[in-house]
Design a protein around this ligand. Structure first.
Ligand SMILES: [Zn+2]
Ligand SMILES: [Zn+2]
Length: 246
């Protein structure tokens, strides 16, 4: 396994990648936790519907990341699928094309698993998705607050499976797409408006209504399959009792 030096310690590339995205995830979530705690951006906050706090959610999040996500990085390096090499060099155009293809596959995998397994009559409880739905989309760190099978479907398989369908990419590309999800995912669960797009609003709608907007940040699937919240006539987030924690 190819290794790289991280602060003087030689680590497999996959472990170094895991640590990098782990840090970006927790910087993103820490930032939102501070903004929430001190109410720094009240005009951008869509809702405060969560009752579980950042510190209550954090232990399960870290457990999921270390116990389920980290081994998947190592497995992909071991299999020679990703996190293996700084080669091949990718032109800007190839990088963009690979990014679009990865995002396309990621969205289809996420939507399919989320809508047809996790929100099926039998799957919501059996696969543990109900735990993620005890959060309401207004605390960023709740993205990774999931039961084990739910976490394997929505995070591990969704982010790793696309690499199996792509021709060889390099570590910079892999780090980019994985780390991008550590910003957009928490943002979609933060309850804050995006400066562009509306995926945080759509995912809040999903958490608060459950029966619409099953897609990830790209969400073209909801548009094509007519499951976006606006196809049901929803325009506002339903009011539920605001948390005293915010
Ligand atoms: Zn969610
Ligand atoms: Zn759901």
């Amino acid at each position: 396994m190819q290794t790289t030096e991280v602060f003087g310690v030689s680590l497999p590339l996959s472990v170094a990648c895991f640590l990098f995205q782990f840090v970006t995830y927790h910087i993103t979530c820490g930032f939102f936790a501070i903004v929430d705690y001190y109410k720094l951006l009240p005009n951008y906050k869509l809702h405060n519907s969560d009752h579980k706090t950042y510190s209550q959610l954090l232990p399960r999040v870290v457990f999921n990341q270390v116990v389920f996500y980290l081994p998947s990085f190592i497995l992909l390096q071991y299999l020679g699928i990703a996190f293996c090499s700084f080669e091949p060099k990718l032109s800007v155009w190839l990088f963009v094309a690979d990014y679009l293809f990865y995002s396309f596959l990621q969205e289809i995998i996420f939507y399919s698993g989320h809508r047809f397994l996790l929100h099926s009559k039998w799957g919501f409880q059996l696969l543990g998705h109900e735990l993620h739905h005890t959060t309401k989309g207004s605390v960023a760190v709740s993205q990774h607050y999931m039961a084990p099978i739910d976490y394997l479907i929505e995070i591990v398989i969704t982010n790793m499976l696309p690499f199996f369908f792509m021709k060889k990419t390099n570590i910079y590309f892999e780090l980019f797409v994985i780390s991008l999800n550590t910003v957009t995912g928490p943002w979609d669960h933060s309850g804050y408006k995006y400066p562009v797009g509306e995926s945080s609003f759509a995912h809040s709608m999903h958490h608060l209504r459950s029966s619409c907007s099953f897609g990830g940040s790209a969400a073209f699937t909801d548009w094509i399959l007519k499951t976006a919240y606006y196809f049901y006539g929803y325009t506002n987030l339903p009011k539920i009792k605001e948390s005293s924690n915010h």
